[in-house]
Write a protein that binds this ligand. Structure first.
Ligand code: SF4
Length: 383
């Protein structure tokens, strides 16, 4: 029987877990540990999709990231590891690992019940704590990057390729014995699965706002202070006469969202203001935000998780890099996307994530990148 079709990132695909059940090969049970940031969780989905072709996949995520990977048909069990609160410390590590060990199960096909699959951990997050978690959870094999702090606990170490996108680095964990392999077309596409409720929430936000103008999403937030480009309000005012603006962000971004929305509304006749500007900050789930980004013609964002949501949803993106650079491996993946950044600044890049304050005080990597320049880039990908 044909595998059921599911909706993913606006495309139709085949459920991957059907593949290993039909293959006749020995199933290989995978445990993917990814307790880094939201964007890293999104960039792990190509690895998860690949592993799901070989056997059941369980995934360990933080409480913040877990909702983002909900509904993913490649994942059998999704475990939350709250390493900074409920499951902090050695006792939390032990209890979580026992929970993972207890949920290990034989594959569901009746003919295979007597066979126990090898369980392989893929350490997408490289700490000693994650490696210990996999060891205690009973993973006979543990695969991770040769540069990770937890590498002494790995059974297989994979080269960390500085010259590749992070989605590809993570995907390569699935091919430890094939260092020369190149990813097939489409295999690095991240995947997210907004639920019906997420889609309905976006429908409700956009109700009455549709017209002929393109919808441009702006995501002005970031966990790191120096990554927050300061000219979104200026950009929104410039764009508003020719585009509908949707501002995306979490509950902590609502003040910023209000300021940007007011700036955009000031540039259009009052009677058109409501249908020209949608302030969605604090009003959508993570997957709801992904759904909204998926409906936009383009996204402008910092080097932060919304850039990766757009990669999953196939939305062309201008990703603004200040203290970081695309060469770190976290650039936008959707077609026709472009990075924006100030070339020729000797202090740039200054930090792998982006410090909270500019160590030199002037913050020129962002202050000298004005709205006019970003607008020109955006226009080039919209045309
Ligand atoms: S030191 Fe340079 S790159 Fe780093 S935040 Fe300051 S201006 Fe930006």
């Amino acid at each position: 029987m044909a595998a059921p079709a599911v909706r993913t990132s606006g495309k139709t695909q085949t459920e991957p877990q059907e593949a290993w059940q039909a293959s006749g090969d020995e199933p290989r049970e995978a445990l993917v540990v990814q307790t880094s940031f939201l964007g890293d969780a999104v960039l792990t989905t190509p690895l998860i999709a690949e592993l799901a072709m070989r056997g059941p996949v369980d995934v360990v995520l933080t409480p913040a990231s877990a909702p983002l990977l909900a509904n993913n048909p490649a994942i059998r069990h999704l475990f939350i590891y709250d390493k900074r609160a409920d499951a902090a410390g050695l006792m939390g590590l032990w209890q979580t690992s026992m929970r993972l060990r207890g949920r290990r199960a034989a594959p569901p096909a009746p003919a295979r019940r007597e066979r126990r699959a090898t369980r392989i951990a893929y350490l997408a997050q490289g700490s000693v704590r994650s490696a210990t978690l996999a060891l205690l959870a009973g993973c006979e094999e543990r695969v991770g990057f040769a540069t990770s702090p937890g590498r002494l606990l790995y059974t297989t170490r994979v080269t960390f390729r500085d010259d590749r996108h992070h989605a590809e680095r993570l995907w390569r964990l699935g091919f430890p014995s094939q260092p020369g392999i190149e990813p097939p077309e489409g295999s690095l596409q991240p995947r997210l699965y907004p639920s019906v409720a997420d889609t309905l929430a976006v429908d409700s936000l956009l109700a009455g706002t549709s017209d002929d103008r393109p919808l441009v999403a702006l995501a002005p937030g970031s966990a790191w202070g120096t990554k927050r480009w300061p000219f979104y309000a200026d950009l929104a005012r410039r764009l508003a006469p020719r585009a509908r603006i949707a501002i995306i962000g979490g509950a902590g971004d609502t003040d910023l969202g209000k300021e940007i929305a007011e700036s955009a509304r000031s540039a259009v006749p009052r009677k058109h203001a409501a249908q020209s500007v949608i302030d969605a900050t604090g009003r959508l789930s993570l997957l709801g935000s992904a759904d909204l980004i998926g409906r936009a013609s383009a996204l402008v964002t910092n080097d932060s998780s919304p850039s990766h949501l757009a990669s999953a949803m196939g939305t062309r993106t201008i990703t603004i890099f200040g203290p970081t650079v695309p060469e770190f491996g976290f650039g936008p993946l959707a077609r026709r996307s472009k990075p924006a950044g100030l070339d020729g600044l000797p202090c740039r890049p200054c930090h792998h994530h982006g410090p909270d304050r500019c160590p030199l005080g002037h913050w020129r990597c962002m202050r000298d990148l004005d709205a006019e320049r970003v607008e020109a880039l955006l226009t080039s990908i919209l045309d």
